[in-house]
Write a protein that binds this ligand. Structure first.
Ligand code: NAP
Length: 287
């Protein structure tokens, strides 16, 4: 049996649907915080059990009889995130998993300027020390982040964000399909995968260019000062901690942390990855 956590989340739910196209439903299980939200999967024959990273007893039950567990990283940062991930890894091993998979990030690194990246690095390090075969999926930066960073650009014609660097933006759909392919092919990619990213990297100058093409109106990229940008976000009601974390993303991209590209994702999918342009089409559509 293959167990997937986070199956009521955006990535995990898509991974399960992709996996069901590759393996019979009675070999697929999900570990979710609220089984009621996975009723559709239960209806398709998927084993649905409650599992919460903060409740190890629930994980023992949710992971029972598993050959592989895919741990979708929690949406937390810092020590809490690492503690949740290591609890899930321990539970997977205790349940007898022969392979543990984890959704990491292309820029996982202890010295990253973006807060979640040291958490991924710490989780990978823990995983590597267990001695159990593992695959750390070094996912690209979610392209779905971009529309959230546009602010009022489509109304004002000015895309105002801090100084940045190129990012190999990658869609949830492509990453989910790749994860399912890797899950269905036990033994593929021992250790960390190469970066699972788009083959190109776009900075916000490029994003402004794409928006200009899509809307037929000039969208000019304007560089905001870091402090000015943070103050603006806080003014819009974004909590200060979250605003600071987002700024860290720009600091990291300036340093080129998300610029890595590679052919692995397209090779796995056997097709071109989904371009950022198609993610922006919805955002740029006339309302
Ligand atoms: N590659 C990137 O650029 C990028 C960007 C942002 C985030 N991420 C990471 O990728 C993960 C998946 O992304 P996503 O878009 O699918 O996020 P999402 O929709 O927020 O899904 C996160 C999943 O984690 C589950 N979860 C949270 N805390 C948990 C706990 N204590 N025990 C068990 N499960 C728990 C959530 O359960 P519920 O469904 O019950 O809420 C949810 O299903 C994120 O959580 C984050 O770690 C990556």
């Amino acid at each position: 049996m293959i167990i997937i956590t986070g199956a009521t989340g955006r990535l995990g739910s898509s991974i399960v649907l992709q996996l069901l196209e590759r393996v019979p439903a009675d070999q697929v299980g999900v570990s979710v915080r609220d089984p009621g939200r996975a009723a559709d999967l239960a209806g398709r024959g998927v084993r649905v059990r409650r599992g919460d990273f903060t409740d190890p007893g629930s994980l023992a039950e949710a992971f029972e009889g598993t050959a592989q567990v895919l741990i979708v990283s929690a949406n937390e940062t810092g020590g809490a995130a690492v503690a949740q991930h290591t609890a899930a890894i321990d539970a997977a091993r205790a349940a007898g998993a022969k392979r543990v998979l984890y959704t990491s990030h292309q820029a996982a690194g202890a010295d990253s300027l973006f807060a979640p990246m040291p958490d991924h690095a710490a989780t990978e390090q823990y995983l590597a020390g267990t001695g159990t075969p593992f695959t750390s999926l070094r996912n690209g930066f979610y392209a779905s982040t971009v529309p959230h960073l546009l602010g009022p650009a489509l109304e004002t014609g000015e895309l105002v964000v801090p100084a940045d660097g190129p990012v190999s933006w990658t869609t949830h759909g492509d990453l989910a399909e790749a994860a399912a392919i890797i899950l269905a092919d036990e033994g593929r990619f021992d250790d960390a995968t190469p970066p699972l990213t788009a083959p190109d990297a776009l900075d916000f100058d490029d994003i402004a260019g794409v928006l200009t093409e899509l809307t037929g109106r000039t969208i000019r990229r304007v560089v905001a000062g870091d402090d000015e940008w943070i103050a603006g976000l806080i003014g819009y009601g974004v909590p200060e901690g979250q605003a600071t974390m987002l700024l860290g993303m720009f600091h990291a991209s300036r340093r080129g942390e998300f610029a890595t590209t590679g052919p692995t994702l397209e090779d796995l999918l056997g097709r071109a990855t989904t371009p950022v342009r198609s993610v922006l089409e919805g955002a740029a559509a006339p309302r």
